[in-house]
Write a protein that binds this ligand. Structure first.
Ligand code: HEM
Length: 409
């Protein structure tokens, strides 16, 4: 028999360790890594709820694949307060499919999957290649010495998600700061509400424009479905937010990680054929979208432990992706390893819808960046690079880099 929350008497369960800066900026908090012998344990949540913390890869995968674990926000307890809120979340707003279960989730998901067509992805690959060159040209003009986040890591994914959705990039002042507020865990609930409203307002206007005059893009395509204007604006907002912030952080933090591991960077430079593998390894090693939360709808046994109905489970993607039983020598960035099976895009029915796009962006952009600037290096001591500690997506706030002007390709 397993343990349930009721069994807790003697020992106070710990809270979620979140500070990644205790050692290396790429590693999970040391307290989290120290739990690798124990794939699952009880954990105290922000509102006092006692649920679970999952750090083992097999247990994490099993939970994410199991429909008895719900994603509905209103059933979740938060591991740490977000924007001053520690419990009692409202249900997912219209169009936010991350917080839905089957069958509502299935309906939206099917509709969206059908729009990420091979043709559309192929065309996007060509655009990633062109836009990468344009961004690198602009960066070369602006430097040497630029903030890589501003010059490269942010604009490229933003341009791409705008192109996919059919959102004018020139409108970015109407959505970029709102998305940043939504991901900021220190922003108060009121500013978050306002940011969400403003984002929906913008997308609502855009949806009407697409209905009146469809263009060749995903949002226009979706107007031919039976989705309401409100659903379309909500889904558009989710895709835009997910597309803006995630890949940008992978590009910047990935560059920082490669610059900090020159042997790995040299290996990639020597063999650009390693690009795809490098991207998978960086996804595993950095696990920027973390943690994932689920709520048990029933009593469920996982790896010999009984999780009680109503318990919130925190799946630590960063810990699972460093589980030595799955990835030997897990704290080593090793671009020669086969990192497939990592959980950086989640797993199960909610597995990232944009993963193909994100992979293409990273596989094209990272080698192109290092090829253009063979002498690329940090322009500040590594310990001074500001990290995103208070965001749903981990990364760097800025990354000062420089290069030798006469040596660009
Ligand atoms: C879902 C990570 C890029 C759109 C997810 C989930 C993760 C994730 C972990 C699962 C959430 C859960 O199970 O609760 C990432 C990472 C990215 C990335 C690390 C970049 C490297 C993108 C992009 C888009 C996108 C570029 C937009 C095109 C989505 C959507 C979902 C999702 C719509 C929700 C899917 C569902 O609930 O069915 N992503 N993502 N993501 N992602 Fe991504």
């Amino acid at each position: 028999a397993g343990t349930t929350a009721d069994d807790i008497t003697a020992e106070e369960p710990p809270t979620l360790p979140t500070d990644r800066r205790t050692g290396c900026p790429f590693d999970p908090p040391a307290e989290l890594t120290a739990l690798s012998d124990e794939p699952m344990r009880r954990m105290r949540y922000a509102d006092g709820h006692v649920g679970r913390l999952v750090t083992g890869h097999a247990a994490a995968r099993a939970i994410l694949a199991d429909p008895r674990f719900s994603s509905r926000y209103e059933l979740l307890h938060l591991p740490m307060p977000i924007s001053g809120v520690s419990g009692e979340l409202p249900p997912a707003p219209v169009g936010d499919i991350i917080g839905l279960d089957a069958p509502e989730h299935t309906r939206y998901r099917r509709l969206l999957t059908g729009k990420f067509t091979v043709r559309r992805m192929r065309r996007l690959t060509e655009r990633v290649e062109q836009l990468t060159i344009e961004c690198l040209d602009a960066m070369e003009q602006a430097g040497p010495a630029v903030d890589l986040v501003e010059a490269f890591a942010q604009p490229l994914p933003a341009l791409m998600i705008c192109e996919l959705l059919g959102v004018p990039y020139t409108d970015r002042e109407r959505f970029q700061s709102h998305v940043a507020t939504l991901f900021d865990q220190t922003a108060d609930a009121e500013s978050k509400g306002e940011a969400h409203m403003a984002l929906l307002q913008y997308l609502g206007e855009l949806v009407l424009a697409k209905r009146a005059e469809p263009t060749d893009d995903l949002l226009s395509d979706l107007t031919t479905s039976d989705l309401t204007d409100e659903e379309l604006a909500g889904i558009g907002g989710l895709l835009l937010a997910a597309g803006l912030d995630t890949t940008a952080n992978m590009l910047a933090l990935g560059t920082f990680a490669l610059l900090s591991n020159p042997d790995q960077l040299d290996a990639l430079r020597a063999d650009p054929g390693l690009a795809e593998q490098t991207v998978e390894e960086l996804l595993r090693y950095l696990s920027v979208a973390d943690p994932l939360l689920r709520s048990a709808l029933d009593d469920v046994e996982v790896e010999g432990q009984l999780i009680g109905a109503g318990e919130t489970v925190t799946v630590s993607v960063q810990a699972a992706n460093r589980d030595p039983r799955k990835f030997p020598d897990p704290d080593r960035l090793d671009i020669h390893r086969k990192a497939t099976g990592h959980l950086a895009f989640g797993h199960g029915v909610h597995q990232c819808l944009g993963q193909q796009l994100a992979r293409v962006e990273m596989t094209v952009a990272l080698p192109a960046l290092f090829a253009r600037f063979p002498t690329l290096r940090l322009a500040a001591p590594p310990q001074e690079v500001p990290l995103r500690d208070h965001s749903n997506i981990y990364g760097v706030i800025s990354l000062p880099v420089t290069w030798d002007k006469e040596q660009t390709h």
